[in-house]
Structures are given as C-alpha cells and as structure tokens.
Design a protein around this ligand. Structure first.
Ligand code: HEC
Length: 186
C-alpha cells in the first residue's frame, strides 16, 4: 500500500472510531431504567415477605430470590448486581472500580449529596459500567440494622457465617447497584 492510501485508510479508521464512540448519556438513562426494574422487584419481594410474616419469613425470600432476580435481570444486554463495603453474600464482593466507587459514594453522602441521586459510570475494557447508591431505609433495619431480633440474628449467621452487613442506621448507604453492558469502543 502506498503512503497516500495508507494515511487515507488510517484517516477513515479514525473517523469510524469517533463515530462509534459510545453515547454515555443514553447508556446512563438505560442503566437507570434497569436499576428501577431490578431494584423495584427486590424491594417488592422483601416487602411481601415482611408483610407475610416479618423478617423471619422474609430472610429465606432474600436468600433464595435475590440471586434469582439478579439472574433474571441479567439475561439480556445488561449484567446487574449489588455490592457493598460490608457484605452479607460474599458473591457480591466489589472489584477495584466498584470498591473505589463505593468509597466515593460514602464521601459524597457525607458532603451532603442527595443519596437517591448518587451514581457514577465509566467505560472500561469495552464495557459501560454504572453504579447507583442504595440508601438504607426503615424496613432494611430489620435485617441490616443495629438491634436485630435474636432469632433474626441467629438465622442470618447460620446462612451467612461471615455476615458484615449489620449495624446500619437509616440514611446510610447500604451498598450500590452495579451494572455493565458491552459497548463498541474504537
Ligand atoms: C428480611 C431480611 C432483609 C431485609 C428486610 C433486607 N435485607 Fe438486604 N439482604 C438480606 C439477605 C439475606 C441478603 C443476601 C442476599 C443475596 O444473596 O443477595 C441481603 C443482601 C443485600 C444487599 C447485597 C449486598 C450484600 O451485602 O450481599 C444489599 C445491597 C441489601 N441487602 C440492601 C438492602 C436494603 C437497601 C434493604 C431495605 C430496602 C434490605 N436490604 C432489606 C436480608 C434482608
């Protein structure tokens, strides 16, 4: 290939790369929709359990349903999950971007940001990644709070011997939703 053709080809490649730049604003909107659907189903499930028989009835639901709900919502283009700095289920452990982002979320909360709006995204290795903070509310205190019922505490430590996800106060961040989707970069 002569020089002119080569630079033309490279030039075209460069143009294509710019044109294929992922639309992060649109991806963020999509991610927020995914969080609404996934988070909504989780919340509905725990609330149903609580209504049916309090935390002792809701624990087995969280234990078995949460991983299934996650799998169902990860069947399409998006992978969804939850993570935390203080884990209950070790399968939800954060990777390095998630760890750094969870820490930054706590700092943003301390700096006065609205916990319902704390989120972040990045492009990494051909993936769009998104995280959204999960503030702990009153219902969460039954299984993540400071004064658990004795039977609840016992059941949780049977199911999760290394459980760290207790001792929270309402308004603190319990963790974050974490999502990823493959995107064309370059
Ligand atoms: C009935 C007990 C119960 C209640 C109430 C409850 N959780 Fe959980 N939570 C669990 C269990 C059990 C798990 C582990 C399930 C799993 O495998 O993801 C869990 C896991 C989580 C995780 C995943 C991270 C981790 O530590 O593994 C987050 C985030 C979370 N809960 C947030 C909340 C929030 C926010 C609320 C209130 C809206 C809440 N939970 C209410 C029992 C409960």
């Amino acid at each position: 290939m002569n020089k002119l053709l080569l630079s033309l080809a490279l030039g075209l490649a460069a143009t294509t790369a710019t044109a294929a730049e992922p639309d992060t604003a649109a991806l963020t909107m999509e991610a927020r929709q995914q969080v609404k659907a996934f988070g909504g189903e989780l919340l509905q499930t725990v609330q149903q359990g609580m209504k049916a028989g309090g935390p002792m009835a809701a624990i087995p639901l969280c234990n078995t349903e949460a991983p299934q709900i996650k799998a169902r919502h990860s069947a399409g283009d998006w992978q969804v999950g939850r993570t935390s700095l203080k884990l209950r289920n070790p399968n939800n452990a954060p990777d390095s971007w998630e760890l750094a982002t969870l820490k930054s979320f706590d700092q943003r909360l301390a700096a006065g940001e609205d916990p319902m709006k704390i989120d972040a995204s990045t492009l990494e290795n051909g993936q769009f990644r998104y995280m959204k903070a999960i503030p702990a509310g009153a219902v969460c205190m039954n299984c993540h709070g400071q004064n658990l019922q004795a039977d609840v505490s016992k059941k949780l430590s049977e199911l999760y011997p290394a459980d760290q996800a207790v001792g929270y106060l309402p308004g603190q961040l319990r963790g974050a939703f974490t999502l990823r989707k493959a995107v064309a970069t370059q």
